[in-house]
Design a protein around this ligand. Structure first.
Ligand SMILES: Cc1ncc(COP(=O)(O)O)c(C=O)c1O
Length: 389
């Protein structure tokens, strides 16, 4: 009864773990969840105030499919100010979260036989979206000591005459590594002269530590600008994951028109109130909130790393961004699913198995939670690893 394409979809492992942890918590179990993929901070006041004002003004009508002119202008200005990118209003569209942006983009660009290069470990949804569209994910694994970032040489060796797209995610989920401008320039050079599109998922752009710089892939060169779809949103950096606000920008007007048609025939515009609410976030009214959030995340990252450092037989890359640690447990257990299930059963700590990100022998820990829970959770993880059988 179900279509072939719906059967290829795996359940999102991150959402499944979060649901299980919440169910166990509701039953009264003392669960510590270090699996969340969202900031634990409340949405900044300027965003909430803008939403309340929009509701009171009666702004609950349909808007244009791409979004209100005001929001498109705010995105355009943000891309210029933060990323030095020049996009026309007709080259931008808002979507129901960056996940929706990625999904629609892949639906409009990928079909049977097309190959999509995805660096491993990857964010859980990329391969599923590619498979749903009929395409074939092609995985490349970078060096762990380099935050699993891929090199120009690796990219060159993975390109075939079927390659249609490269998906880049920087800062990355689950590792938290960030590509430098030089690294991106080297990748961009390899793509010159090809028809390969780049989906640059920049959702963690502002969550960076140790003053690490961020470069948008499209800003590397004229060539990179033409082949890139810039994907971003406010779930992480605006602490508004449930509001579902994402967007894409591309110089490929045919692509944006196709996405508008797809969206126009499926979801229509995104929530009008979320659009009004996002304007101050994009205009910089929440910059201080984001700065505070980053300072706290940086301290938590350092705290978690200092505890992990004392646990034998594991290792971890020190991330420059996002709010995750991707922990190597190969010396303890190669089967990450088994490790995480036992950890949840025995020590009541929820983390995400590396296999969900395409890499067994690792797990992802999120430090988007309080110092107290990070310490308590890591004490339990430490005890679990020391006694692992
Ligand atoms: C790398 C990456 N891209 C995209 C998303 C989706 O974000 P949104 O909530 O805007 O759909 C996530 C969320 O976890 C993510 O980690």
């Amino acid at each position: 009864m179900l279509t072939k394409r719906s059967k290829v979809l795996e359940e999102s492992i991150t959402l499944a773990i979060a649901t299980l942890a919440n169910e166990l918590k509701a039953k009264g179990e003392d669960i510590i969840s270090l699996s969340t993929g969202e900031p634990d901070f409340d949405t900044p006041k300027a965003i909430k105030d803008a939403a309340i004002a929009a509701i009171e003004k009666g702004c609950g009508k349909y808007t244009a499919v791409a979004g209100l002119n005001e929001i498109l202008k705010a995105i355009q200005a943000k891309l210029k100010k933060d990323n030095n990118l020049d996009y026309e209003i007709s080259e931008i569209i808002t979507n129901v979260g960056a996940k929706h942006s990625l999904f629609e983009c892949i639906e409009c660009l990928i079909e049977e036989e097309d190959e999509v290069i995805i660096p491993t470990p990857y964010w859980v949804s990329y391969p599923e979206m590619v498979k749903f569209a009929g395409g074939k994910p092609v995985f490349i694994e970078g060096l762990e000591s380099n935050g699993f970032k891929i090199t120009a040489e690796q990219l060159k060796n993975s390109i075939t005459n079927k390659t249609k797209m490269l998906i880049l995610n920087s800062p990355s989920n689950p590792v938290g590594s960030i590509y430098s401008k030089k690294e991106l320039s080297e990748l961009a050079k390899v793509l010159e002269g090809t028809n390969i599109m780049v989906l640059s998922d920049e959702i963690y752009e502002k969550l960076r530590y140790d003053d690490f710089d961020f470069t948008a892939f499209a800003s590397i060169s004229e060539d990179a600008l033409k082949r890139t779809v810039t994907i971003n949103g406010l779930s992480k950096c605006g602490a508004m994951p449930g509001w579902r606000f994402g967007y894409m920008a591309s110089k490929n007007k045919d692509l944006i028109s196709a996405v508008k048609r797809l969206q126009g025939q499926s979801t229509s515009n995104i929530c009008s109130i979320a659009q009004y609410a996002a304007i101050p976030a994009l205009n910089g009214a929440c910059d201080e909130d984001i700065k505070t959030m980053c300072q706290i995340f940086e301290k938590r990252r350092n705290l978690a790393l200092s505890i992990l450092d004392k646990i034998p037989n594991i290792s971890v890359y020190k991330p420059e961004g996002a709010f995750y640690l991707f922990i190597n447990i190969q010396k303890v257990e190669k089967d990450s699913m088994k490790f995480c299930q036992k950890l949840l059963e025995q020590e009541k700590v929820a983390v995400v198995p590396g296999i969900g990100f395409g890499m067994d022998g690792y797990f992802r820990l999120s430090y988007a939670t309080s110092n107290e829970l990070i310490i308590k959770g890591l004490e339990r993880i430490s005890r679990f690893i020391l006694n692992y059988k």
